[in-house]
Ligand binder design. Structure first.
Ligand code: UD1
Length: 340
């Protein structure tokens, strides 16, 4: 029988790409989102890509009654939880908002999972939990560092909620995927990243500068102790990242987990500097990205990239797309948005 996967926050950037990959892998998917940080663009894009409209529930995961109803209305075999606020700077300014939203929505998911006889829970975590690592690349055994923002703290706390829930309630199994820097867009250019206002993240800022929406990209810091002085990150293609979720869900549903709570790094294992990324974007797309060096951004770490060998081995997953193809997809998406 077909298994049903609930995707909370499924209308957003990562959720929409994961939804497409789950459908293509043969799962029934239920999408739920409160639309607090997106519009229907990506959900409509998903409909076009897969050729049919999936069940969509507009709801807030902080509303326990709504979460209970959802778990009663559908026989959910696994839930992938994306529904959360994600702007680091905003979380510093509005910590209560971030704690209330990100923590209570996940607690509600865990509580509903438990009260409905158990469930497989996949939590979308982040490399931010490693802070400024002492050693790179980081493995899942690298220590978590004290969070530098309420956003980062909610990722750590939700990981702990899942670990402790799994320990206490055998009917719940959990996987946390720690993403490095997800970038790019679906090859169809029908779904992609849709930041509201001025983008915080690098690639949307690059594409908006290239298309003329922003005047100039500020490269935050060129005096870091790295080969070219700019920060090093592990940029992971969004479709590759989405496929890791399919592998993780299958592992849970097929009873292949080695522990009831598992953590995997989802990255390429390849460090790329900010300057290298800008240069690669210009080269592959044949466009100029007006840029200048600016002071360091508070809270940025110098260098972090993944050791993805655990995910490679255990999930049977590997990042496949080149950074050039990913940057071409990001540009195609920006042009699609601009109607070009
Ligand atoms: C950020 C968050 C991280 C979150 C992730 C989600 C911080 C400190 N970290 O990661 O918690 O999980 O986004 O994708 O905000 N850069 C520029 N100019 C820009 C924008 C970025 O030079 O206009 C540089 C940054 O200094 C950094 C790199 O580009 O070196 C990547 O930045 P970004 O895309 O914001 O991701 P992170 O900061 O790594």
């Amino acid at each position: 029988m077909k298994k049903t996967v609930l995707v909370s926050g499924g209308a957003g950037f990562i959720g929409s790409h994961v939804t497409v990959e789950l459908v293509e892998a043969g799962y029934d998917v239920v999408v739920a989102d409160n639309m607090s940080n997106c519009d229907m663009t990506c959900f409509d894009g998903v409909t076009k890509i897969i050729g049919r409209r999936l069940p969509f529930i507009r709801m807030d995961f902080c509303d326990m009654e709504a979460v209970e109803r959802l778990f009663s209305d559908y026989q959910i075999d696994a839930v992938i939880h994306f529904a959360a606020f994600k702007a680091v700077g905003e979380s510093v300014a509005e910590p209560i908002l971030y704690y209330r939203n990100n923590l209570s929505s996940f607690l509600n998911v865990l509580e509903a999972a438990r009260s409905h006889g158990g469930c497989n829970v996949l939590f979308s975590s982040s490399a931010t939990v490693y802070g400024e690592p002492d050693e790179t690349p980081v493995t899942e055994r690298s220590p978590r560092q004290p969070a530098t923002s309420p956003y980062g703290n909610t990722k750590q706390m939700c990981e702990d909620f899942l670990r402790d829930a799994v320990k206490a309630y055998p009917e719940i199994k959990g996987i946390a995927l720690r993403y490095f820097n997800p970038i790019g867009a679906h090859p169809s250019a029908l779904i992609g990243e849709l930041p509201r206002g001025v983008p915080n993240n690098l690639v949307p800022f690059i594409t908006q500068t290239a298309i003329g929406k922003r005047e100039c990209l500020n490269i935050f810091g060129n005096d870091y102790p790295t080969p070219d002085g700019t920060c090093l990150r592990d940029y992971i293609d969004i479709v590759d990242l989405a496929k890791a979720h399919v592998c993780a869900v299958a592992r849970m549903l097929d009873g292949r987990m080695k522990e009831p709570y598992e953590i995997f790094n989802i990255g390429t294992g390849r460090p790329v500097s900010v300057l290298e990324l800008v240069n690669a974007f210009e080269k592959v797309n044949g466009v100029k990205v007006n840029h200048r060096f600016a002071p360091r951004r508070a809270g940025d770490v110098t260098a972090i990239w993944a050791d993805p060998s655990l995910a490679n081995r255990e999930l049977g997953w590997k990042a496949e797309r080149s950074v050039e193809d990913t940057l071409a997809a990001a540009w195609a998406w920006e042009k699609h948005l601009a109607g070009k």
